[in-house]
Design a protein around this ligand. Structure first.
Ligand SMILES: *Cc1c(COP(=O)(O)O)cnc(C)c1O
Length: 461
């Protein structure tokens, strides 16, 4: 078997041979030569491994050339659009929040030309890049001052490093969370140089627990939003307001990592109550951090709002320079915040639009998708519109199920798992979710303009 494999190895075409085979094909016009050669090497390496391990390697130059062409035909770029039919509105793997048309417009303007990023045009002097969003954040949250860094993990790291390095930070055991992607409160704490002082138990922490833990070494009380999990049943936590009362008595600040952090209350559209950023600021919490690309619906960013004297220390920390946001983020964030101030956020920020879209409207989109499939294909795929539940995602409101409508596909002959594999490799790639042996294409997160493309991909299966 192994000796056989070595014989097959010798039959494989050379890199040059295979490159010559595919050169000049019109569908590869836009592919740089270095990319083409790299792809040829990859395809040959796979076959070489297969031969060495005694597998049936493909050695025909024609078939191998076709494999290279297929791989390259996906386009010259690695990062490309995907149709999100998972129903998870804030899907970290698929890029979280989509930007509003206004944010895109501002981003393109600022990216394509020079801007007053750090120039105070009226005063003819060097300004601060944060000034473009500080005023908006102050007015929208009620805080004295604001700062924006690369993401919320960076915001927490910067705040802990500035306010508590070498000292203790008191945190409830019920809030020592991991939110995926390596963000764990104890680890961030360690990296910041602060010392974690755990109090209470997993399910219950009381004000006395905090009070007993505060001592000469305490720099900060930290409250953390549990984000993607919930403690239910026999549980107790201490409110932000109570923590502020205790912290004032002891002369230390309170920080709250809100995670998703929404500026608006969405109870009127059926979502459960979550304290908004202005409410938390209103309780007197000294430093509040939240993400730009979760419920806010803006670009990736970590927003810090709070008391001016504390934020001044954060701004002066050299670590802040290393975590600084770029002009594209500022442009998109300013436009997103502008929509909140103008009162147009619900109509223009895609994350909010997707969360509040009524079931009837989603169902119409699912039905229009079904109507676009040839009837023979509807039968082959077993396609039907089906009600289900979608999720908010991004660690926000994990227990909320939003009523939605999906196109369900999959039969005994065409199993959901196979359809899922094929849709992920389609162009554009499509990601759905599998439930009870059916592949659900949740239309809440499929944009209206993507319906024709999705119908084309499904018709071609
Ligand atoms: C999501 C989240 C973070 C991390 O935010 P990123 O913007 O992804 O860096 C930190 N803390 C909490 C509580 C979160 O939910």
């Amino acid at each position: 078997m192994k000796a056989d494999g070595r014989a097959r190895l010798r039959e494989l075409p050379s890199v040059d041979q295979l490159v010559r085979e595919i050169e000049g094909r019109p569908e590869l016009d836009a592919i740089p030569r270095a990319r083409l050669t790299a792809c040829v090497r990859e395809v040959l390496a796979v076959e070489r491994r297969r031969a060495l391990h005694g597998g049936a390697a493909e050695v025909g130059a024609d078939a191998l050339a076709q494999r290279v062409v297929d791989a390259l035909a996906r386009g010259a770029f690695s990062l490309r659009p995907v149709i999100n039919a998972t129903g998870v509105v804030l899907h970290t793997g698929l890029g979280r929040a989509l930007l509003s048309p206004l944010a895109l417009e501002r981003l393109v303007l600022v990216a394509a030309g020079y801007s007053n990023l750090e120039i105070d045009l009226a005063e003819k002097k060097r300004g601060s890049r944060y000034c473009h969003v500080e005023g908006l954040l102050r007015r929208l949250t009620g805080a004295e001052d604001a700062l924006v860094v690369n993401n919320n993990a960076a915001a927490v790291l910067l705040a802990l490093e500035t306010l508590a390095r070498g000292k203790e930070v008191v945190v409830s055991r019920g809030e020592l969370i991991e939110i995926g992607g390596e963000f764990r409160i104890p680890d961030i704490m360690l990296r910041s140089g602060a010392v974690l002082r755990e109090v209470g138990t997993t399910n219950r922490t009381h004000l006395e627990d905090y009070a007993a833990a505060i001592g000469r070494e305490t720099a900060l009380i930290l409250k953390v939003h549990p984000s993607n999990y919930r403690v239910v049943g026999f549980s107790a936590e201490v409110s932000s307001r109570e923590l502020v009362g205790l912290a004032r008595e002891r002369g230390i600040p309170v920080m709250e990592d809100l995670g998703s952090g929404s500026l608006v209350d969405l109870r009127d559209v059926g979502l459960p109550y979550e304290p908004t950023v202005p409410e938390v600021v209103g309780t007197g919490v000294d430093v509040v951090t939240f993400s730009g690309d979760k419920l806010l619906g803006g670009p990736q960013a970590g927003i810090v709002v709070g008391r001016q004297e504390l934020l001044a220390r954060l701004k002066k920390n050299p670590l802040n320079r290393a975590l600084r946001i770029d002009k594209l983020t500022i442009a998109a964030l300013e436009a997103t915040l502008y929509a909140y101030e103008a009162g147009t956020a619900r109509e223009t920020v895609p994350t909010l639009q997707m969360l509040i879209e009524p079931l009837a409207s989603i169902r119409r989109r699912a039905e229009s998708l079904l109507a676009r499939l040839p009837s023979a294909q509807v039968a082959r795929l077993g396609a039907a519109v089906q009600d289900d539940q979608s999720q908010v995602g991004g660690g926000a409101l994990p227990t909320v199920e939003l009523p939605t409508a999906a196109l369900a596909v999959g039969t005994a002959a065409l199993p959901a798992q196979d359809l899922d594999d094929r849709l992920r490799r389609a162009e554009p790639p499509v990601m759905g979710r599998i439930k009870d042996d059916r592949l659900l294409l949740d239309c809440r997160t499929v944009l209206p303009e993507q319906i024709p493309d999705l119908a084309r991909v499904l018709s071609a299966l």
